[in-house]
Design a protein around this ligand. Structure first.
Ligand SMILES: NC(=O)c1ccc[n+]([C@@H]2O[C@H](COP(=O)([O-])OP(=O)(O)OC[C@H]3O[C@@H](n4cnc5c(N)ncnc54)[C@H](O)[C@@H]3O)[C@@H](O)[C@H]2O)c1
Ligand SMILES: [Zn+2]
Ligand SMILES: [Zn+2]
Length: 392
């Protein structure tokens, strides 16, 4: 089959690879009809390269048609239409029974000290072949795949694999009181869907973003959006909009590749003035700016409020403003989205009325061959690149 493979930093190629086969009794094989490209894939594209192996198949947002099932999979039949959660979970361990499928004790990647295995997500998460491919082997298929009705086009259900449950969990974890206000940092697919879920629940939603067409998309559905670059004092501006107090909750949908830390910007300028080799060395050791969005969230949220981290963070050495967190009595909740925990709440909203706007959510539909270019464009957030859906 043909699949999108990681070959090096900013180097994704479509290659011929062996077709997946049933390896365990609990496996299924699906023929992929749609597969998303995600902000999480961008971390692999560049900053998480040390955890990648050339040839790794990327992608974790698939749906398709069941092609084969192992003998222990009695819940699926060949020909079923399914969407597949990005995490691999057994459904019956202590963690799964508690709804924490991203902590599944059957698939935890213990040798790396990590939670449940994920499709297409480095050796940290089990080195499982990913879903930007013509076919996908689905382990633990007795539990994971969600059966779908025929009829609506794939986009109606595709985002159940990641974007919808992730946004849903972001809003759940934000614990906004009835009629309260939530600030969403970042209006990529995850942040924007979080604004839609929060609006659906009747909260006031304020968002922060810097990419013009993303700002416009959110304004078009009634979100108050502040431009990160054009707002001099973001914290003061948001506090002015929220009775001087700050919002009840902040959702950080940016993660570790945030734009805007003064430290990072100064470094960029400084390294530009240095001889090339020295400048590169300095960028390597100083790394990218990690915590701009999280620090903003801590300053923005009201005292006693909640920060819901849904953007992915890595690393260990970054200093955290513990005094401010403690003194403001901030609640901090985070983690990978537990897809099946929220699927039953979301499915009734995936109707012809389309209250969350999933049918028109994707900005681009592409073939596999166009995917390497799509990674590059999506990373630059150029040409209106917002949500790519691959139809292999
Ligand atoms: N927890 C989970 O289960 C889960 C699932 C999917 C994605 N994610 C993570 O969510 C994050 C967002 O994913 P996405 O697909 O929407 O990606 P994305 O990269 O398209 O979105 C991030 C957005 O944040 C904006 N941004 C950058 N710096 C900012 C700043 N300082 N202030 C405000 N906005 C800023 C960017 O312009 C961009 O629009 C990523 O970190 C991704 O890894 C987490
Ligand atoms: Zn994703
Ligand atoms: Zn489990």
């Amino acid at each position: 089959m043909r699949a999108a493979t990681w070959q090096g930093v900013r180097d994704v190629r479509i290659e011929e690879v062996p077709d997946p086969t049933i390896e365990e009794d609990t496996d299924a094989i699906i023929k992929v009809t749609s597969s998303g490209l995600c902000g999480s894939d961008l971390h692999l594209y560049e900053v998480m390269a040390p955890f990648m192996t050339p040839g790794d198949i990327l992608g974790h947002e698939p749906m398709g048609i069941v092609e084969a099932v192992g003998p222990a999979v009695t819940t699926l039949a060949v020909g079923d239409r399914v969407v597949v959660p990005f995490q691999i979970a057994c459904g019956s361990c202590f963690m799964c029974a508690d709804g924490l499928t991203t902590q599944c004790e059957t698939t935890q990647v213990r040798e790396q000290g990590m939670g449940a295995a994920l499709f297409g997500y480095t050796k940290l998460y089990g080195a499982v072949a990913g879903a930007q491919a013509e076919y996908l082997r689905v382990p633990q298929a007795q539990f994971g795949p969600i059966k779908l009705p025929d009829g609506p086009a794939d986009d109606r259900f595709l985002f159940l694999s990641d974007v919808l449950p992730t946004a849903w969990q972001a809003v759940e974890y934000a614990a906004v009181p009835e009629g309260g206000t939530v600030v969403v940092l970042g209006l990529g697919p995850i942040g924007e869907m979080s604004t839609r879920v929060a609006q659906h629940r009747g909260y006031r939603v304020i968002a922060v973003e810097l990419v013009a067409d993303r700002i416009e998309r959110a304004r078009a559905h009634g979100v108050e959006v502040l431009d990160w670059d054009a707002t001099d004092d973001l914290v003061a501006t948001i506090h002015d909009l929220t009775d001087g107090r700050g919002p009840d909750a902040v959702i950080d949908a940016v993660g570790m590749e945030a734009h805007g830390s003064p430290v990072a910007e100064t470094l960029h300028k400084a390294t530009g003035l240095l001889p090339r080799a020295l400048g590169e060395k300095m960028m390597e050791t100083a790394g990218i700016d990690h915590l701009a969005a999280l620090h903003a969230a801590i300053d923005i949220v009201r005292r006693g409020g909640t920060i819901s981290l849904i953007g992915v963070y890595g690393g260990a050495a970054d200093p955290m403003p513990m005094l401010t967190l403690f003194d403001k009595q901030v609640q901090l909740r985070m983690g990978q989205a537990n897809v099946k925990q929220w699927a039953d709440d979301i499915l009734p909203l995936l109707t012809d009325d389309d209250p969350l706007g999933v049918d028109s959510f994707a900005s681009h539909h592409i073939g596999l061959d166009e995917l390497p270019d799509a990674y590059a464009t999506f990373q630059k957030k150029a040409n209106g690149a917002f949500k790519y859906v691959v139809n292999p």
